[in-house]
Design a protein around this ligand. Structure first.
Ligand SMILES: C[S@@+](CC[C@H](N)C(=O)[O-])C[C@H]1O[C@@H](n2cnc3c(N)ncnc32)[C@H](O)[C@@H]1O
Length: 507
């Protein structure tokens, strides 16, 4: 069996690879014990992190191959040479949810304390945990139902796919995976919830109003997800992705792949409509919390742009800050960004017209719900049906000049699906798009060296029709961005995601 999930969005088979950013079930028993401390010092000096590895070379090659040389220190280790590390980075580096029983207890205690209102986070944290635990219950139930439907339909067919199939996990292995996924969600919520309670960014707007589109047509969405789960799990079991239904030179070759064995790849209405349900079911609800990693550097930078507080920036009607999202998908994250920066001019690029349509709909829903914020003069959203590689030409046509249009640019859960050449092109686009002093933010799957207990298993995620994933987890992203001219700034992690931020130098 396999589960559709995203590390970014991924299909993972517990019997054959990592699950929800967790080690594969088969390898769990071989994992080393992890330290139990939940919170560790602010940052570990680069030298001490690197010391368990061979000394890093001073620069990375500009090879176009997909992976780094095998004898290089893992990229998660090399990050410490270039980036300021946040406390969460150090916590996640060694945390193993299955082995670290004191941490597990502390997480449950934290959630219960916040839930009862007795915690430090006050009423905001209470609301946060109440809504997020409900969210996780809903998505965990949906994920389990999807798997059971797949198991039932496979049994009814009473046939196995031709050729070798992926071994099915035992119920005990599934229960263990579920337990660890729930702990990952609790830890992710603790990190995100603390930021919300501290007022660093807004309470998630989708959890505030029953008018959010995610609450519409719930039964229809659940049925569509079940259908999609049975199809993707069947393809994964047989290791047979469908061919893409459409051909054409409009799309780069690597794009014409049905990633994660999902139906139609990125190219159908069905795919765009089931995407959010699938990914959140398989992250048991924590995907949004991980994606919100993108917010702090964007908000900090836009506050600095005007040399004033964030609220002043929001009200600066004459020169609204411009933000560019590359590969926006269904636009869901973009609505969280705009909810925190409603006066920023938001531009979004994606190569799938189906996902862009969905993004437009998500943004319209946000605009409708947040009418009061917008009434003071929001700068609006602009969508581009284009590739990350080629969009600068269109931006130049629309915005004038040949670059330097944006104060901030970000890209989430897409680099791991790009071959090395496309990753390099994406970084070049980011550099060209930014004004001098502008900030670039990347959020994607953790890499080798980011969470040591997972190192032996995360690569198997590449078996889920993710041809570039193994190259991605071995790529020194700091070096990649530095080669394009960026300066590395800060690294943060949350569960199976990492965030790296960069600055385009002013000179
Ligand atoms: C894994 S999804 C991530 C979507 C969104 N960033 C999120 O985190 O939910 C990948 C998205 O990248 C888009 N994409 C992939 N390669 C692209 C490219 N070269 N140019 C533009 N979009 C691309 C796909 O169409 C898809 O919407």
């Amino acid at each position: 069996m396999s589960l559709l999930l995203r590390g970014g969005n991924k299909l993972l088979a517990p019997g054959a690879g990592g699950v929800l950013g967790l080690p594969c079930l088969a390898s769990l028993s071989r994992l080393p014990a992890a330290p139990s401390a939940l919170v560790r010092p602010l940052s570990t000096p680069a030298a001490s992190q690197a010391s368990s590895f061979d000394a890093p070379s001073s620069s990375s090659s500009s090879s176009s191959s997909d992976a780094q040389a095998a004898d290089c220190p893992a990229p998660g280790v090399r990050d410490a040479e270039r980036f300021r590390l946040t406390p969460s980075t150090e916590f996640w580096r060694t945390w193993d949810p299955r082995q670290d029983v004191p941490s597990a207890r502390a997480l449950v205690a934290h959630a219960l304390t916040e839930l009862t209102g007795a915690g430090e986070g006050g009423r905001t944290s209470q609301r946060y945990f109440a809504s997020h635990l409900l969210r996780t219950s809903a998505f965990a139930s949906l994920g389990a139902a999807g798997f059971l439907t797949h198991a039932a339909t496979s049994a009814m067919r009473m046939t196995t796919p031709a050729g070798p199939t992926i071994a099915q996990p035992t119920p005990a292995a599934l229960a263990d995976a579920g337990y660890r996924a729930l702990l990952e969600a609790l830890a992710a919520y603790r990190q995100d919830g603390r930021r919300v309670a501290a007022g660093e960014y807004a309470f998630p707007w989708d959890m505030e109003s029953s008018r959010h589109p995610q609450y519409r047509g719930v039964l229809r969405k659940a049925a569509r997800f079940m259908f999609e789960a049975t199809q993707t799990l069947r393809r994964r079991r047989a290791a047979e992705p469908d061919n893409l239904w459409v051909r054409g030179s409009v799309y780069p070759e690597y794009y014409k792949n049905t990633y994660h064995y999902q139906t139609d790849g990125w190219l159908s209405t069905h795919s765009s409509e089931v995407y959010e349900t699938s990914t959140e079911s398989l992250f048991v609800g924590r995907q949004d919390a991980m994606q919100r990693l993108v917010l702090p550097p964007l908000m900090d930078h836009l506050a600095n742009v005007a040399g004033r507080g964030a609220s002043d920036v929001q009200q600066d009607q004459h020169s609204p800050p411009r933000v560019l999202e590359l590969a926006c998908g269904t636009g869901r994250l973009g609505t969280f960004v705009r909810d925190n920066l409603p006066y920023a001019e938001y531009h979004a690029v994606d190569l799938s017209p189906f996902y862009l349509e969905r993004a437009r709909s998500n943004h319209r829903a946000w605009e409708k719900l947040r009418g009061a914020k917008l009434a003071r003069g929001a700068a609006g959203a602009h969508f581009y049906h284009d590739s990350i590689e080629r969009v600068p030409d269109e931006l130049a046509r629309v915005l004038g000049d040949d670059g330097g249009w944006f104060d901030a640019v970000y890209c989430v859960y897409t680099f791991h699906e790009l071959p090395m050449e496309a990753r390099e092109a994406a970084v070049r686009t980011m550099f060209q798009a930014l004004k001098p002093g502008g900030v670039a933010v990347l959020v994607d799957s953790i890499q080798l060296g980011d969470r040591e207990p997972l190192d032996r298993s995360i690569g198997r995620f590449g078996d889920f029709n993710e041809p570039h994933y193994r190259g991605y987890i071995s790529t020194d992203l700091g070096a990649l961005f530095e080669r394009a001219g960026f300066a590395c700034v800060e690294k943060e992690m949350n569960s199976s995601s990492k965030r790296l931020s960069f600055m385009k130098p002013t000179t």
